[in-house]
Write a protein that binds this ligand. Sequence first.
Ligand SMILES: [Zn+2]
Length: 141
Amino acid sequence: MLLTEKKHDFSKSYPVGENFFYRCLNCGMTIPSQTQNSMGCTCGNLFIDTSYARISVDDLQKIQLLEKQVIPPEEAETLLVNLINRLIKEENQHKKLIALAKSKAPGYPFVKGILYEISKSSIVPTSEEKKIMDDLYFLYA
Ligand SMILES: [Zn+2]
């Protein structure tokens, strides 16, 4: 998941929403601001209480607000094509892969098709490429 830090003054408020997450800098655990069930981080610094719609924090200096980055579909496609270009050197293989993915699912699910074809191929993505693929899969699958 692509999460970026969002500077926030927690003495004023705790933003809540499906795109907001809280990370405890003490234990490193990340918790969604909107959870089905109440949950806290492992060290106990951060607790999200759904029944009272309340977020309690012991040490405000030790938490971070994170926002989920949403990649627009066109951008995701460009990113993927660039990824594929780096992954596959051979032109024919590249074209075949694009054609395969497109024939399976034109338009929006194109991203999913590409990810599927990459996962089925012998390509071994680098850890950075793997991260991008995981993020895209999470967002578009
Ligand atoms: Zn913690």
